[in-house]
Design a protein around this ligand. Structure first.
Ligand code: AMP
Ligand code: MG
Length: 403
């Protein structure tokens, strides 16, 4: 049985082999959050386009503005003002943050370090050459590529595109991810379940996780635990870029997903991983489409998605697979788990002290969605550890959606 790291590497290796040029689409910069860029974005001019003051104060010749010196204030420059006139020696000009420093001036003295009486400004500190000025072109040269293909667009990248006037961005088309749950007990979320039925919450969490990962969910509803229904709906799902199934991959008599995939000539790369929850997770390929069969217990579905499906969506989006959001924290109380499997326990990490501290939450096992809704991370208990003492350092995998 593969460890979760080996299983992730298998996903990355197999999907990496298949990576070709992806279809692209034009996306407006306002709508492009989470897309992966498929073009180069170049600057339209130098940044900053002029020598920019970074403080409110006085533009000076540094050599003139020594501590104790007094200079005549010859005017003011606001952000947005056209600036052409040179600064004269023995004078200064009042200047606002974001305004262009006049030619000749080589420093901006902060207003907090000056005293003004009428037209006369007295300096309390020596001005240093270059102080509080960002030189023209020092952030980016004209025509420089500042965003490159494969970059994921977050708010900073979008601001940069906006700054240079790139209103429309050529992005990789988001991979379409078919989501199919299975189970005779599963009913749509907008219906009232019978006493022994459950609502299809996995279809909702999976769609949310697909969106977060950068994919486009395609909801295919639920298949009954019957070969004919599974075969039909799986075949439909194989028409998308990726198929993610939930349920029907354990050892039960009615867990038929693997059998149906085999009938459809699937190739399997793994069908179990040494983790809890999520051990029966399946990854394979059917025709040209990669398929994940995730166990149906909601927390298992969520964990296995984060571990294995998220990197697949990264790669299918034309980006690199992002590493898991693992951080180190101090364990707040001792814990014991059965060794042999890596455990992912719903937990909360708090940052009240200098070092983050994590505590596992009480839970009833992998069906307990309520426990996970209180968690902001999963505490990772390594397979070889039976007991971990309070105070020891442990890894936690952050929930990307709430932290
Ligand atoms: P399975 O992996 O098919 O054995 O399912 C394990 C358990 O997960 C079932 O007993 C259900 O309680 C639950 N489950 C399965 N599918 C879903 C679903 N789509 N939404 C919510 N819970 C589910
Ligand atoms: Mg089932």
């Amino acid at each position: 049985m593969l460890s979760y790291e080996q299983a992730r590497r298998k996903v990355i290796e197999k999907i990496g082999e298949m990576r070709g040029a992806r279809a692209t689409e034009a996306v407006r910069v306002w709508d492009a959050l989470g897309y992966v860029l498929a073009q180069e974005v170049k600057t339209d001019r130098e940044y900053p386009p002029f020598n920019r003051a970074t403080r409110d104060g006085y533009a000076v010749f540094a050599a003139d503005a020594k501590a104790g010196a007094k200079l005549r204030c010859a005017g003011e420059i606001k952000a947005g003002d056209r600036v052409t006139k040179e600064l004269w020696t023995e004078t200064c000009v009042q200047i606002m943050t974001g305004a262009a420093v006049p030619p000749g001036a080589d420093a901006v003295a902060m207003i907090e370090h000056t005293q003004r009486q009428g037209d006369e400004v007295r300096f309390e500190r020596d001005a240093q050459p270059g102080q509080n000025i960002v030189a023209r072109g020092s952030e980016a040269r004209a025509g420089q590529a500042i965003l490159t293909p494969g970059m994921r667009l977050g708010y900073a990248e979008l601001a940069l595109a906006a700054q240079v006037g790139a209103v429309e961005l050529q992005c990789a088309r988001k991979p379409r991810v078919a989501i199919l749950s299975t189970g005779d007990e599963v009913v749509p979320v907008d219906s009232v379940p019978g006493r022994f039925q459950i609502r299809n919450s996995n279809s909702v969490s999976l769609a949310a996780q697909v969106r977060l990962a950068g994919g486009k969910p395609v909801l295919l509803g639920n298949a009954m635990d019957r070969e004919d229904d599974l075969r039909n709906k799986i075949s439909r799902g194989l028409q998308e870029d990726l198929l993610v199934l939930s349920g029907g991959v354990s050892m039960g008599k009615y867990d038929l997903v693997e059998a149906v995939l085999s009938d459809l000539k699937a190739e399997f790369y793994f069908d179990a991983v040494a983790i809890r929850p999520g051990r029966p997770a399946v990854f394979g390929k059917c025709g040209d489409t990669f398929v994940f069969g995730l166990p149906g217990n909601p927390v298992s579905t969520m964990v296995t998605f984060e571990l294995f499906v998220a990197p697949a969506i990264d790669l299918l989006s034309g980006a690199e697979a992002r590493p898991l959001p693992l951080v180190e924290a101090r364990l707040g109380e001792p814990l014991e788990e059965k060794p042999g499997l890596t455990h992912f326990l719903p937990a909360r990490v708090e940052w009240e002290s200098a070092r983050p501290e994590v505590k596992p939450l009480k839970w009833q096992g992998s069906g307990d969605i309520a426990a996970l809704a209180k968690a902001n991370c999963f505490l990772v208990v390594p397979a070889e550890r039976k007991r971990i003492e309070g105070g020891e350092s442990v890894s936690v995998m952050m929930r990307r959606d709430v932290v």
